[in-house]
Design a protein around this ligand. Structure first.
Ligand SMILES: [Fe+2]
Length: 267
C-alpha cells in the first residue's frame, strides 16, 4: 500500500503582516507533524501556491524549510507562483520537454501525474489567477494517460478543473476544464484528482471522476459561497491530506495538524 501526504497553498512570504499567520511557522509545524506521525509515507506532494507573490526570497525560505522533511517531496506551481524564480531556486526540479513543471511519479500502486496549471508568463493579474493547461501541457497529459494503460492514475493539479460552488473561486478554476474532462474521460485510468487553490476541504466527483481539494497550511476559505473576493480567510486549524493507495482503493483523509495533540493520546 502506498501513502501520500498532500500539502497545498503554503503561501510562503518573508514579511508577514501583523495578525496574519506566519507561513513558515505553519509549514514548520506541519512538517514536524508529518515527521512524527506519518513518517512512513512514501511521498509528499505540494500542490502549488508555494509562495504568496512568487519572489526568490520566499522560494529560498521554502527550500530551507523543506530540509526538515524526512520524506521525498514533489512541488507543483499555482497562480501565486512564478516559474522562472522558482526554477532559479530549485534548479534540480524535473521538467517536461517544454519546460513546464510536470512529471510522473511511478509508484507500485499508481502513476502520480503532476500538472503545471500556472497561467504565465506573462504574469498579468487578475487574468493569471485562472488555471491554464495549454495545448502543449494537455498533449503531455494525454501522452502520460496513454502510456499508463490500465495502471491507475492520480492527477495532482493546483487549480480544480470543476466548480466548487465558491463563486469567486469558480471564476478562476482551470480555464480548459471542458477539454480536460473530454481528454481524461477517453481513458479509464484516472482514479482521482487532487487539487488545492480553494483553501478548503472539499470532496466529490465531477463527470464521474472523484476528486479531493485540501485546506491550506495558512488561512482557510470562509463558508461564504457567494463571496467574490478570493483573499478572505477564516482562522481555522490548518491541515494536510493523507492518501492511502491500494490496488483497489484510494482512501483520502485530512489531518488538522494544529488541533489534535496526538502525543497525549498516545501516552
Ligand atoms: Fe491558488
Amino acid at each position: 500500500m502506498g501513502k501520500i501526504i498532500v500539502f497545498t497553498d503554503t503561501h510562503m512570504e518573508p514579511e508577514v503582516a501583523e495578525g496574519k499567520l506566519n507561513p513558515d511557522v505553519q509549514l514548520q509545524k506541519g512538517i514536524a507533524h508529518v515527521n512524527e506521525f506519518n513518517a512512513d509515507a512514501d511521498r509528499v506532494v505540494f500542490v502549488g501556491d508555494l509562495t504568496d507573490v512568487g519572489d526568490k526570497q520566499s522560494y529560498n525560505m521554502l527550500r530551507s524549510r523543506l530540509k526538515d522533511l524526512k520524506i521525498p517531496y514533489h512541488l507543483l506551481l499555482g497562480n501565486h507562483d512564478n516559474r522562472e524564480n522558482f526554477l532559479e531556486i530549485f534548479p534540480d526540479i524535473k521538467l517536461d520537454k517544454n519546460g513546464f513543471v510536470q512529471d510522473v511519479i511511478e509508484t507500485p500502486e499508481a502513476n502520480l501525474i503532476l500538472l503545471d496549471t500556472l497561467n504565465g508568463p506573462p504574469y498579468n493579474y487578475p487574468e493569471s489567477h485562472i488555471g491554464k493547461l495549454c495545448e502543449k501541457r494537455m498533449s503531455w497529459l494525454e501522452a502520460q494517460l496513454d502510456r499508463s494503460g490500465d495502471k491507475p492514475c492520480i492527477i495532482f493539479m493546483h487549480h480544480p478543473p470543476h466548480d466548487t460552488h465558491f463563486s469567486g473561486m469558480d471564476l478562476i478554476k482551470l480555464a480548459e476544464h471542458e477539454a480536460f474532462y473530454e481528454l481524461i474521460k477517453r481513458y479509464d485510468n484516472v482514479h482521482h484528482i487532487v487539487a488545492g487553490h480553494v483553501h478548503r476541504t472539499i470532496s466529490g466527483s465531477h463527470q464521474g471522476v472523484p476528486f479531493s481539494v485540501f485546506k491550506s497550511t495558512v488561512g482557510q476559505m470562509p463558508m461564504l459561497f457567494d463571496a467574490m473576493a478570493c483573499h478572505l480567510e477564516v482562522n481555522e486549524p490548518s491541515a494536510y491530506g493523507i492518501i492511502f493507495v491500494n490496488s483497489d482503493s484510494i482512501i483520502v483523509q485530512t489531518e488538522d495538524f494544529e488541533l489534535t495533540d496526538l502525543k497525549k493520546l498516545q501516552s
